[in-house]
Design a protein around this ligand. Structure first.
Ligand SMILES: *Cc1c(COP(=O)(O)O)cnc(C)c1O
Length: 377
């Protein structure tokens, strides 16, 4: 194996070497079929067998009860920003959203094209919470105002750009919205930790962060939501994006992203080989705490996110002087540490530590942090 850099990209993101080499080994001839997965008809027995195993493995690793359905779709979480209102708004066209950052804001802006959207809580105004930077916290539950007749409440479980993650999920009953289904964007932390999906009516996201490559979107739906709320979609919802149609056709209403689904399958098998989600979670915890500890121990590097909602997956941090970013990133690159530049919306630096990031990558990054600080502080 040639030496690979440690890739801290937020998505698409690094994949385990074992997964890449297996995909390479199977490229020309999948399990003696004589075909590459890329060449298989999605209607054939060979591909259907593969597809069903991916679905079953995903369900098992999520410990999903049978009253939840999984759809594989296309268009990414971004398409879901429109498809969720199109499919779930129902007759009153009311939905509530919580704004915790970049991705929540995008979801809200898109939903506004379809209905009466109410922002139930927002972390945009930091000063009101006694903080300096917007979107570095989760608004206190006591201030959430959810309309009880809303078709759903949408939250982003992990803000990939801001680095804010939910560790305590909203209790809809306690929030006076027991009948409002909770919908969660889990694009950037799905299967990075054990999460009880039954708290949600719907969870969705792209696979390209923790579970594979770009092209496949998972949509997990509670049967109760399907029966009661996945009503006639709003006029104009394309059939291929109508949840009921996708369900009726077992995610094969049209050609699914066959190769991307196969790659997710390899990732799921890799997770099993690592000891399952619990083992990955403890590794992810260790990686993040190593990096946060190094940053916290230094007066040179700074983080902005409130300690209690720090993301384990995406860690934005800052240097004391804007002129230092260029030499920092250049030195990082020379040490095989790539894609550490922060998103343009928040600037600074960002390390994404998804499932596939090895702990050695984090240690190498921390060594570079220490070296750079010594040189420049
Ligand atoms: C990456 C990401 C998205 C957008 O995903 P696409 O696949 O590009 O549509 C949405 N939400 C979150 C939380 C993300 O991390």
């Amino acid at each position: 194996m040639i030496s690979r850099p440690y890739n801290f990209a937020a998505g698409p993101s690094t994949l385990p070497e074992a997964v890449l080499s297996r995909a390479a080994d199977e490229m020309f001839n999948w399990h003696g079929s004589g075909m590459s997965v890329m060449e298989m008809t999605h209607r054939g027995a060979v591909y259907l067998g593969l597809f069903e195993k991916v679905m079953a493995d995903f369900r098992r690793l999520l410990t999903l009860p049978s009253h939840y359905k999984i759809l594989f779709m296309q268009g990414g979480a971004t398409a879901q920003n429109a498809l969720i209102p199109l499919n779930l708004l129902g007759a009153n066209r009311k939905a509530d959203y919580v704004n915790t950052g970049h991705w929540s804001s995008k979801s809200i802006a898109e939903a506004k094209q379809y209905g009466d959207i109410h922002v139930a809580a927002s972390a945009e105004n930091a000063a009101a919470s006694g903080l300096t930077h917007p979107f570095t916290f989760i608004p206190n539950y006591s201030g959430w105002s959810i309309r009880p007749d809303s078709s759903y409440l949408h939250i982003c479980g992990n803000e990939t750009i801001g680095g804010v993650e939910f560790w305590q999920w909203p209790d809809m009953r306690a929030l006076g919205a027991a009948d409002v289904p909770l919908v969660v964007d889990m694009s950037s932390h799905i299967l990075s930790r054990e999460i009880d999906i039954t708290q949600f009516a719907m969870a969705y996201g792209g696979m390209q962060k923790n579970l594979g490559i770009a092209g496949v979107t998972f949509v997990i739906l509670d049967e109760a939501l399907i029966k009661e709320r996945v009503k006639t979609p709003l006029a104009g919802c394309p059939s291929v994006f109508d949840y009921r149609r996708v369900l009726e056709n077992d995610s094969m209403f049209n050609t699914p992203p066959t190769y991307a689904i196969y790659m997710t399958g390899l990732m799921l098998e890799w997770i099993d080989q690592q000891g399952g989600v619990r083992a990955l979670e403890s590794r992810n915890k260790e990686k993040a705490s190593l990096l946060y500890s190094a940053i916290d121990a230094s007066r040179f590097y700074q983080t902005r996110v409130e300690q209690s909602v720090r993301s384990r997956m995406n860690i934005p941090f800052y240097l004391p002087d804007d002129r230092l970013y260029e030499p920092f990133l250049k030195g990082a690159q020379e040490r095989g540490l790539i894609n550490l530049k922060g998103h343009k919306a928040v600037g600074g630096l960002r390390a994404s530590l998804y499932n596939a990031m090895p702990i050695e990558g984090v240690r190498t990054l921390i060594a570079w942090l220490a070296e750079f600080e010594k040189e420049r502080a």
